[in-house]
Design a protein around this ligand. Sequence first.
Ligand SMILES: *Cc1c(COP(=O)(O)O)cnc(C)c1O
Length: 338
Amino acid sequence: MKEIDWSNLSFGYMPTDYNVRINYRNGAWGELEISSSEYINIHMAATCLHYGQESFEGLKAFRGKDGKVRIFRMEENAKRMQLSCQGIMMAELPVERFEEAITKVVQLNERFVPPYGSGASLYIRPLLIGTGAEVGVKPAKEYMFLVLVTPVGPYFKTGFKPSPYAILRHYDRVAPLGTGRYKIGGNYAASLMAGEEAHRLGYSAVLYLDAKEKKYIDECGPANFFGIRGNSYITPKSDSILPSITNKSLMVLAEDLGMTVECRPVPVEELSTFEEAGACGTAAVISPVGKIDDLDENKSYIFSKDGEAGPVCTKLYNKLMAIQCGDEPDTHNWVTVL
Ligand SMILES: *Cc1c(COP(=O)(O)O)cnc(C)c1O
């Protein structure tokens, strides 16, 4: 095998040795299957292809200083995938089966877990799709759960630096009573145009507002949003936000650090009162927000004047990363050591 240049990995797909699959047929989940093929063979009338019965997850495994592999909060991903399955009427995989599959696929691909200190990690992508053939609009009778892994590089090539976000009111990611709280491909297809427009205008992502009134902050496409004011960690509460496990963890860590956590509707104007802001998710942990341009109202909210991340974002980021790779004690029982 060619040596992998761990410190120059991108956040992209690289083939690994194995993936694992579990099929749902005749009302029951079958045995775990190990595959070395990067392809799946499904019926052309599968509901995932026509009617969007598709849900996914994202989590990571890290190598610690002790050489051991650690998986972060996989039970939370298992439970969230069950909620997504309820949301789009797919068969739910039991939490234990999910954990069995994740553990197995990481063990099988252990040589792709990047070394401690490289900043890289093994990204784990579970996928659950309707594979049964239907032509009428109804849930499939057959499903496939699949987990692939791929090593990914440090999210921040140039260091932990703030980036610009845009508010664009002519796009919504999800509907007010729609599917925003489920982690499903359909929400991502619906966000591509807005994301591309933001990139074209020089922003790293869109900050979405609530679709009904456009008064409150929702989230940033693939990441939740939070603001820091004084000793408070403030993050929006809304039924159309995807409940981020990173955000959930940061709220706990903020409390551990003696901060007050507020999870409530956050009006757009409140942005002007934040000293720091961040987008959070598995890929980056925290992506500091340098500024938010409200392109419709011609307003800018600035959170970083010197191009550096703020002290609270930096502290939270370092703390969560240290727990994930085992440098700090796992006092909340978040980590599974293989
Ligand atoms: C996955 C995802 C997030 C981040 O969730 P994490 O569990 O922290 O990775 C945020 N928003 C959306 C829409 C997502 O799909």
